[in-house]
Design a binder for this molecule. Structure first.
Ligand SMILES: Cc1cc2nc3c(=O)[nH]c(=O)nc-3n(C[C@H](O)[C@H](O)[C@H](O)COP(=O)(O)OP(=O)(O)OC[C@H]3O[C@@H](n4cnc5c(N)ncnc54)[C@H](O)[C@@H]3O)c2cc1C
Length: 463
């Protein structure tokens, strides 16, 4: 066997895209997929890139939506997943939805026909010592043997088996006329300045209505194989609300040690705290607000919090079975496991969320592995692109460590560096703010595609 063969473990969205990209770049690829010999609780076929749930790749608008922008960037880089999705497209308005069978068959056929890709069926419990260039793309349902081995080698905190996601809000949608910045009892803590949190106050009546709405809200059920993974320190807020009307006020919504500078004499009855989630400071998570409420109910109920009436959510909450690395801590900037750099990770296991994001990480990992096999350096895409923003987030942009648990992330405009003053749309009166938001997204998208094209041509990466 050639020493420069790239071994890719997992033929899902990420592994299939990685195999295609590496092979198109001239590398020999062995793609290892355990199905049908061993399956996961969610997959049903032996095809590559099987979509385990929805058939949607979400919005396909590259000027107003970050996932649509990611579609476009991937198309410009010759993505197999995007080409197959376009081929299998079904009518879905502004979204890109696909016939799931046609889609995964198209990916399977394209890889089977590729002269530099060999598909090998069977589970890989851990890459043998003589595999020097490996991509692990085993997804949210990574086989237990491999997950356990990665965990043992890289540390107990390196891998999670469930996500417990609290909603994340775009900073510029929080009403700072109502909210204020302060840490509880003004404690600075390591790296803090005593004003690290954004506090959203509630009076008694609003709080009581809020708690009643949480109890009544429709919830997402666990799947039969998911076993309820509730830990006392990390209960969904609606479970806490069901324990009694005061429980949240003595838990994540406690008002103690916080003083509203606009009304210091009037103590808030409850406070929702938001904590900075990314280094850019554009995204803030709702502290302790992991939830299994349905997404529409989350938006409706969280917008009853006075400072969040116009909140725009970069991500809504959830609790799922999901295997993912604490990537900002354990991966380097080229997605390699610091504890075993032969292994490069891709897909949902890196802490991105969704079909498109997973395939995007596969695209990057495939290109990186191919560059490595040629002994060439690989310059990452600029952080102003959707691909670069996602890569930067999982390899360091997400805040981790004290008080920050890394949780999976979708692509969204909050991950992009803000526009420079001369690129940003002019400020206008209140009624023009909606238009300004649209102009801002269009400007971020235009900058991303311009920078992607420059990066592509610099690296001679044209599809
Ligand atoms: C129940 C469920 C529902 C979901 N619904 C959606 C949704 O509606 N929309 C959405 O965008 N995302 C959804 N997701 C997330 C979705 O799984 C990912 O977005 C996407 O499939 C991840 O791509 P991936 O390539 O990282 O993993 P996968 O597509 O899961 O591919 C991983 C592959 O690795 C294989 N494998 C695992 N371990 C080994 C091993 N040791 N050796 C060899 N092969 C192995 C698996 O068989 C699988 O084929 C859902 C996830 C789950 C679990």
């Amino acid at each position: 066997m050639q020493s420069d063969v790239i071994h890719i473990i997992g033929g899902g969205l990420a592994g299939s895209e990685a195999a295609w990209q590496a092979a198109q770049a001239g590398a020999q690829v062995l793609l290892h997929e355990m199905r049908p010999e061993v399956s996961t609780p969610a997959h049903q076929t032996d095809r590559l890139a099987e979509l385990v749930c929805s058939n949607s790749f979400r919005a396909d608008d590259a000027t107003q939506n970050a996932v649509g922008l990611l579609h476009e960037e991937m198309r410009r880089l010759g993505s197999l997943v995007m080409a197959s999705a376009d081929e299998a497209r079904t009518p879905a308005g502004a979204a890109l939805a696909v016939d799931r069978d046609l889609f995964s068959q198209a990916v399977t056929d394209a890889l089977a026909a590729h002269p530099r890709v060999t598909l090998v069926r069977g589970e890989i419990p851990y890459p043998p010592a003589d595999w020097s260039n490996v991509i692990v793309a085993t997804g949210p349902l990574t086989s237990p043997a491999l997950a356990q081995e990665v965990r043992v080698r890289s540390g107990a905190d390196s891998l999670a088996f469930f996500d417990a996601i609290a909603p994340i809000v775009h900073l510029d949608s929080i009403d700072m006329e109502i909210a204020w910045r302060q840490s509880r009892y003004d404690k600075a803590g390591p790296g803090g300045d005593g004003a690290d949190y954004i506090n959203c106050p509630m009076d008694r009546e609003t709080y009581e209505r809020f708690v009643a709405a949480l109890v009544a809200a429709p919830k997402t059920e666990f799947r039969p194989w998911e076993d309820a993974p509730y830990f006392e320190g990390c209960l969904p807020i609606e479970v806490m609300a069901e324990r009694g009307p005061e429980t949240l006020r003595h838990g994540p919504m406690k008002p103690f040690g916080l003083t509203n500078p606009r009304a210091p004499e009037r103590k808030p009855y409850a406070v929702v705290q938001l904590r900075q989630d990314n280094r850019l400071g554009t995204l803030w998570n709702m502290v302790g607000f992991q939830t299994k409420m349905k997404h529409a109910a989350q938006v409706e109920i969280f917008r009853t919090i006075p400072a969040l009436e116009k909140a725009v959510f970069a991500r809504l909450g959830g609790v799922h079975r999901n295997t993912f690395l604490n990537s900002p801590q354990v991966l380097d900037g080229a997605l390699r496991l610091k504890a075993d750099p032969r292994l490069r990770f891709a897909g949902q296991v890196t802490g991105v969320e969704g079909y498109v994001e997973s395939a995007a990480m596969g695209l990057l990992a495939g290109r990186m592995a191919a560059a490595q096999s040629r002994n060439e350096a690989f310059a990452p895409p600029p952080p102003t692109t959707a691909l670069g923003a996602l890569l930067a987030h999982v390899t360091g942009g997400a805040l981790t460590g004290a008080g920050h648990a890394f949780q999976p992330m979708n692509i969204n405009f909050g991950l992009f560096p803000p526009l420079a003053d001369d690129e940003a749309p002019a400020k206008g009166p209140r009624r023009q703010r909606g238009q300004r938001g649209r102009d801002r997204k269009a400007a971020l998208s235009a900058r991303a595609l311009r920078d992607l094209d420059a990066w592509r041509s610099d690296l001679n990466l044209a599809a």
